[in-house]
Each structure stands twice: as C-alpha cells, then as structure tokens.
Write a protein that binds this ligand. Structure first.
Ligand code: C5P
Ligand code: MG
Length: 210
C-alpha cells in the first residue's frame, strides 16, 4: 500500500464535524465501496473512567485536553498509517465512560478523524496531511447541542446550560478557536455545506485512484 493521507476535521462542539465526516465517508462508500477509507472519532478516545462512580464522572471537564487519551489516538493513527488494523474504543455519553466493546478499523489510503481538540495537540497535528475546521456560529452550535444532548445523550436542558457555561464555552475560546490557524480549509455553514463536502470527496477520490 502507498502513502496514507490523514484528514482531520475539527471545530466547536455541535459544529457539524461528525455529520460532515460521516456524509463524506458514506457517500464515498456508496459510490466506491468501503475499501481504502477509514473513519475515526476523537470522542472514542475519551479516557476510560470505569474505575470512577457515576457522580465522580459527572465532575470531569470533557472539554479539556486532559479528558482525552490522545496518546492512544496517536498510536492508532500511526498503526493505521503503517498498514495495521486497530481496535477503536467505544464510548458512551450516557455513562461517561468506555463500553467494553471495540470496533476494528482497517487501514486504508485515506483515514478521516473528527473531534473538537484534534488541532490543539502538536503530536496529533504532525500526523495530519489535511486539516479542516468547521467554522459554525456558536449560537447555532449551542442550539444543536441542546437538542442533541437531551435527545441522544441523556441530559436535561439545565445540565446542558450549566455545562455550556462552565466548560464548553470557555474551552472553545481557550483551545478550539486558537487551533483554527492550523486548518488548511475553513468550512462555513456546518456539516451541510455541499460544496465543501464535494471538494473533500474529490480530493479523496483522487488519492484513492493514485
Ligand atoms: O460531538 P461533539 O464534538 O459535540 O462532542 C464533544 C462534546 O461532548 C464536548 O464538548 C463535551 O462537553 C461533550 N461530552 C459530554 N459528556 C461526556 C463526554 C463528552 O458532555 N461524557
Ligand atoms: Mg460529534
């Protein structure tokens, strides 16, 4: 197998990263089959907290770089780049920890990875060939997060609001926004920006054909 290209998609919480990455991935899989493209989520690399009680886990700052096991993500990206399959952890937002299962990710010519703090970490940045930043207005992100966290992540409106003010918003200005400077491409209007989705798809098609 030739050179592997690693594409990172970063940006605020609920800015459309997961939607953008999964749209690119699923449309290419439908068109070309899954061979050659792999997709990873930074969320899967939140530290395991199974040794803590649920109440203790609720106290963790999930927007701080220390919440992530980036060392394992670096290791997995290096292994994939070197042609080895990896076992990606699985994470539950409802229990705030990893679940026992893992998902096997096969190496490919193109690896996509999405997550809030990818471009903040110099060890990860070194591995990225193409970096994308989702530049979605924060009010749009907050509205999306509110609905998503209540519908899908087992939260109350009050808990979303408290967490937003205590950690999510401050971390955006401290860690996420400054990392925009490392992006090659800045995408406006979130995960439904079809022109941006098309551009990345064309680039991946070209890489797969090489
Ligand atoms: O999908 P998204 O990028 O929004 O996921 C990252 C967000 O998930 C972080 O902003 C963090 O606050 C939130 N999170 C959470 N509870 C966890 C783990 C992450 O609310 N247990
Ligand atoms: Mg997401």
């Amino acid at each position: 197998m030739g050179k592997t290209t690693i594409i990172a998609i970063a940006g605020a919480s609920a800015s459309g990263k997961s939607l953008f990455a999964s749209t690119v991935y699923q449309e290419l899989v439908a068109e070309l089959g899954g061979q050659g493209i792999a997709i990873l989520a930074e969320d899967a690399y939140y530290r395991d907290q199974s040794h803590l009680s649920f109440e203790q886990r609720q106290l963790t700052n999930y927007d701080h770089p220390s919440a992530f096991e980036h060392e394992l993500l670096v290791k997995h990206l290096e292994q994939l780049r070197d042609g080895e399959a990896v076992q990606m952890p699985q994470y539950s937002y409802k229990t705030h920890t990893r679940v026992p299962d893992t998902i096997k990710v096969n190496p490919g010519k193109v690896i996509m990875v999405e997550g809030i703090l990818l471009l903040n970490d110099p060890n990860l940045r070194k591995l990225f060939d193409i970096s994308v930043f989702m530049d979605t207005p924060l009010d749009v992100c907050l509205l999306r997060r509110m609905i998503r966290d209540v519908e899908e992540r087992g939260r109350t409106i009050q808990s979303v609001a408290d967490q937003y003010q205590e950690t999510v918003r401050p971390a955006f200005f401290e860690f996420i926004l400054p990392s925009k400077q490392f992006a090659d491409l800045v995408v406006t209007r979130g995960g439904q920006n079809e022109i941006a989705i098309d551009l990345i798809k064309s680039k991946i098609r070209q890489l797969l054909a090489e």
